[in-house]
Design a protein around this ligand. Structure first.
Ligand SMILES: Cc1ncc(COP(=O)(O)O)c(C=O)c1O
Length: 373
């Protein structure tokens, strides 16, 4: 049987530490949000240098609660990039607000900040920049637009834990930051997410909303607002706690693997790689390449599949998804770069613990095949 290379693989270096803590939790019988969730939250807050880090059940839950906590209401408009995972826009839609799509730049894959202003109306209340695949978005431009039009900035930093924009940690630059701990992220809690903010009102709303809307008033509990069960559990939290102990090593390893791919792929004419702005650090949640020729993506994907090497699309062009295209009558031609990236990009195997020989094989197959076709 041929060797299989996965697109992504969660890496838990210290399994014994996880198992020891899991055993403790199983013995005590306290499974739901408690001591270990708090410890994980404190660890993340310390690492990011932020006041509040609030654990939730997913990155999607983080976005949903951030939008509610910032007061997004039916009929409001929220600016989102056209090329992103649907969760970025779904939270807006679920509040009966309108996600207003803005195309992305072909080089960075991030929102085209020079197009944001044309989409702002009197109903616009927030911008959700996405640091796509860990690549920091142009936050200076986004913050200045937000200041000019009095908008909230909710960073979708789902894949950007550890990324840095001009000395500031992604997720801590806007009013609220949302992280995902899904298994394809730098650290994982199986499923999970985190909301981070320095704003005590937002934090208070999120604390209440993630736990059904229940609020402690004096010595009793009352329902402040109908809420959700978006809590993280204790077993999830210990996975995060243990992985955070090696966060620097994990980041360094990803930088090295990305540097290897960049070195090897830079001189292939048919491929472009994600451009990182100067003074920024991409934590490389995923390594996504863009083919300059139409058709290459599908052919290369098929070739890798035959060789048992997993690849994937980069992410979605929201304007091409049936729900958004039909509801808002969105044309593919209105978002040419999102369409281009959706059709022509490819995520190649990339994860902590990936063997260099496997990365060499991926590069060799890619080079040889592109030469052939
Ligand atoms: C940009 C972006 N936003 C939000 C999410 C949602 O995160 P989760 O899967 O933890 O709900 C993802 C998931 O991959 C994502 O890539």
């Amino acid at each position: 049987m041929k060797k299989k290379i996965r697109l992504s693989r969660p890496c838990i270096e210290n399994k014994d530490a996880v198992l020891d803590l899991a055993r403790k939790i199983l013995e005590t019988g306290f499974f739901t949000q408690g001591k270990y969730v708090s410890l994980f939250e404190n660890q993340i807050a310390r690492y990011l240098g932020i006041k509040y880090a609030i654990a939730v059940s997913s990155g999607t839950a983080a976005l949903h609660l951030s939008l509610i906590a910032t007061g997004i209401k039916p009929g409001d408009e929220v600016i989102v990039p056209a090329y992103t995972f649907p969760a970025t826009a779904n939270g807006v839609e679920l509040l009966n607000a309108k996600p207003v799509l803005v195309d992305v730049d072909l080089d960075t894959f991030n929102i085209s900040t020079n197009q944001i202003e044309t989409r702002i109306t009197s109903r616009t209340k927030a911008i959700i920049p996405v640091h796509l695949f860990g690549n920091p978005a142009n936050m200076d431009e986004i913050l200045s637009m937000a200041k000019k039009y009095n908008l909230w900035v909710i960073e979708d930093a789902a894949g950007a834990f550890g990324s840095i924009y001009k000395g500031k940690k992604c997720g801590t630059i806007g009013n609220v930051g949302c992280f995902s701990w899904h298994p394809r992220k730098l650290i994982t809690t199986c499923e999970g997410g985190m909301i981070v903010t320095n704003n005590c009102k937002i934090a208070e709303a999120v604390y209440i909303l993630r736990n059904h809307g229940i609020k402690k008033v004096g010595s009793h509990y009352d329902l402040a607002i109908p809420g959700f069960n978006y809590r993280m559990n204790e077993l999830e939290a210990i996975l995060g706690l243990v992985q955070m102990k090696k966060i620097k090593k994990r980041l360094k390893e990803r930088q090295k693997l990305a540097a290897f791919y960049l070195r090897k792929l830079n001189n292939i004419e048919e491929i472009a790689v994600q451009k990182v702005y100067p003074d920024c650090i991409n934590s490389w949640q995923a390594f996504v390449i863009r083919f300059l020729n139409a058709k290459d993506q599908k052919l290369v994907m098929k070739k890798f599949q035959e060789l048992h090497i997993e690849t994937g699309i980069g992410t979605y062009a929201l304007n091409l998804l049936s729900f958004y295209s039909s509801k808002y009558n969105l044309q593919p031609s209105s978002y040419p770069n999102a369409k281009n990236l959706y059709s022509n990009s490819l995520a190649i195997p990339f994860y902590n613990g990936m063997k260099r020989t496997d990365a060499c094989l991926v590069v060799k197959i890619l080079k040889d095949f592109l030469h052939e076709i």
